[in-house]
Design a binder for this molecule. Structure first.
Ligand code: NAD
Length: 345
């Protein structure tokens, strides 16, 4: 993409799931861009996600915490980025409930504040994309056809979503007050390679590989709107290059599916049956349905998903089946993938 030729792109949280897919895509499509990956390497950050790029000319890794204002300021001063994108976040809803919200507030609110403050006085920055989630909009009823639009009011129900909403509000405030050139995106649930296996799809695949049952929360009818990570990254590249500062773009692939639908597809792939589902105590505050209306990004930036669900889902399953060592290595490093699930009494 011509906008990124010989430019520096500062990526926060590039060692995680979406960030590493984004870095790989932008490094391939814009080979002259310099990419600075700033990541704290929490339990979900994994430099193994980027081993193929670690010696690439123009790729730099900085280990750091976005809650550390001094280091964030220094990174802006050292690298003078033209483009900035933030994936760094505490992202797991169950952890925000069972472990606590403190880290979520530190990274998802204070960290975003530090990035905005740094950009306020960084003359080189043309665009900052804050990567956020549809969960800020709360929950839709199962029996409605409503979808989240950019104008839908925020109504977060769990600490993770509340901290992401706070970060998004700060972005809009910094645009309105100081014209910080920020774009906020709200995306639906992602799936694809390199996702930490506490999240639904890699978690279920891991359980299958370990010959265990699939634990499904509540009645399993909760609906999520699924998007392949590569399609999300393509949308983010458009937002970074062509998105209008101060605007919000909702990103989704019109692919609603219940947790039971996902479980059934994974069971079928592994030749297992519905008797391998174990219903477990529901998550507190479990949102019933998410659905994104992506009309704005399609009309204004010309984005559309390149993959069908069945293509990308198969590709994802095959990737995890072929990467058992990647899964084993992170289990050794970080332990149990979802200790918060409780069997129904
Ligand atoms: N995964 C999804 O389905 C989804 C959907 C919509 C939006 N999002 C958003 O996309 C972003 C990336 O999500 P993901 O699924 O790739 O998450 P992830 O948990 O896989 O990765 C997060 C990355 O951020 C890093 N990080 C965490 N705290 C940090 C800090 N204080 N300073 C620096 N780095 C830090 C971690 O080390 C990790 O590399 C998040 O902001 C999330 O809210 C995710």
């Amino acid at each position: 993409m011509k906008e990124f030729q010989n430019k520096t792109i500062l990526v926060f949280g590039g060692a995680g799931f979406i960030g590493s897919n984004f870095i790989r895509k932008i490094a391939t499509e814009s080979p002259t861009a310099r990419i600075v990956n700033f990541d704290k390497l929490t339990y979900s950050g994994n430099l193994q996600n980027l081993t193929d790029l670690k010696n690439k000319k123009g790729y730099v890794f900085v280990r750091g915490d976005i809650a550390d204002k001094r280091l964030v300021d220094e990174t802006f001063k050292t690298y003078k980025p033209s483009y900035v994108i933030n994936f760094a976040a505490e992202t797991h809803v169950d952890r925000s409930i069972h472990v606590g919200a403190k880290e979520f507030i530190s990274t998802n609110v204070l960290g975003v504040f530090n990035i905005l403050e740094a950009i306020k006085t960084a003359p080189t920055v043309k665009k900052y994309v804050q990567v956020s989630t549809d969960e800020v909009y709360g929950s839709l009823p199962l029996d409605s056809k409503d979808k989240f639009r950019e104008t839908t009011a925020f109504a977060p129900n769990v600490p993770y979503a509340a901290t992401k909403a706070a970060g998004d509000h700060l972005c809009h405030a910094y645009f309105n007050t100081w014209k910080v050139p920020v774009v906020v995106t709200h995306c639906s649930n992602n799936y694809g390679p390199y996702q930490y296996p506490e999240k639904l799809i890699p978690f279920f695949i891991t359980r299958m590989l370990e010959h265990k049952k699939l634990p499904v929360y509540g009645d399993g009818k909760n609906v999520r709107d699924w998007i392949f990570v590569e399609d999300h990254c393509a949308a983010l590249i458009l937002c970074l290059s062509k998105g209008v500062s101060g605007q919000t773009y909702n990103i989704g692939a019109d692919q609603e599916m219940s947790n039971l639908d996902i479980a059934a597809k994974i069971l079928k792939k592994f030749g297992r049956t519905r008797s391998d589902i174990e219903f477990v105590t529901d998550r507190p505050g479990h949102d019933r349905r998410y659905a994104i209306d992506p009309a704005k990004i399609k009309a204004e930036l010309g984005w559309k998903p390149a993959y069908t669900f069945s293509q990308a889902f198969e590709l994802t399953l095959e990737w995890y089946i072929g990467h058992e060592k990647w899964i084993k290595d992170i289990r050794v490093k970080t332990g149990s993938f979802n200790p918060h699930i409780k069997t129904k009494k």
